[in-house]
Design a protein around this ligand. Sequence first.
Ligand code: SAM
Length: 290
Amino acid sequence: MRYQENLADYSPLKEDFQGPKPFVKWVGGKRQLLPEIEKRLPSIMNTYFEPFIGGGAVMWSLDKSRLNSIVINDYNSELANLYEVVKKDVFALAEDLKIHENTSEYYYEIRKLDRSDAFQKLSPVQRASRFIYLNKTGYNGLYRVNSKGQNNVPFGRYKNPNIVDSSNLVACSAFLSDVKILNGDFENIKNMIGRDDFVYLDPPYVPLTATSNFTGYTKNGFDADMQVRLRDFCNYINDKGANFMLSNSSAPMIYDLYEGYNIHEVMANRAVNCKASGRGKIKELLITNY
Ligand SMILES: C[S@@+](CC[C@H](N)C(=O)[O-])C[C@H]1O[C@@H](n2cnc3c(N)ncnc32)[C@H](O)[C@@H]1O
C-alpha cells in the first residue's frame, strides 16, 4: 500500500514529463553530444554495454524496445551504489533526500562523513542520498576525492538546487529495473560480450594539453597505459563480432591508437569546466568499428 501511495505521489505521468535523464551532474556528461551519438548508433543492438556509465546520458536516451538487455559499469563505488539504490529503493531515497539543507555548514558536515568511521555505518540509501546531495550542491557538480578517497569538492553556493527530483528518480528506477549494474574496471564486462552486442565507451579523456588535469575521477588516474589497454579492449570487442563506439578527445594519441577504425570529428560544447576560459566549442572524437 505504501508503495502504491508513493507511486501516486511521484508518478512521472502527473507532469509534462520528458522521460528519464541523468540524476547526477557529471564531468564529461554527454547530453549535448547526444544528437551526434544517436545518429551513429548501430541499427542492431542485442545487449547494450556502457562500462564507463558516469551520469549515463546515452543510456537514458535509448529506446529499450530496440534492445534485449543493458549492462552498465563504473569504477566509482559510490556512483554504482547510487544506481543500485535508484533501481531497488527509490522511494526510500526520495524520502531521505528531503532532509538535506542547502547551507555551507550543513554541506561540510555531510561532506566530512567519509573522513570517519561514520561512513561505514551509513546504509546504502543514506550513501546514495549523500552522493546526490553533494553532487547537486557542490561546486560545478564535480566529483573529486583526495588521495585517501575523501570528497574535497567545495560548497557550490547555488540559490535553488534541485536536490529532490522525485519524478525523474522514479522514471529512472523503472528504466533500471532490468539493468545489470557492475562496479569496477571496464574489463568487468569482457566475458559477457557477444556477436551483435553494442558497447558505448566514454572513458576519462586524454588531456589535450599537458596542464589539463584528468586524474580527478577516481583515486586512480586514467593514464596513457590505461588508454592503450582500452584500445586493446576495443580490438577484443571487434574480434567478438560486436560493435563499439568510443568517445575521446582529439589528442594526437587517439588518432594513432585508433588508426584503422572510423574516426568521426564532432564539435562539443564543454559546459562543466574548472576554468571559465576553458569553456566553448571543442573538437572531440567518436570512434566506431562499423
Ligand atoms: C567521461 S566519464 C563518463 C561520462 C558519462 N558518459 C556521462 O554522460 O555522464 C568517465 C567515467 O569513467 C569512470 N572510470 C574511470 N576509470 C575507470 C575504469 N578503469 N573502469 C571503469 N570506469 C572508470 C569514472 O568514474 C567516470 O564515471
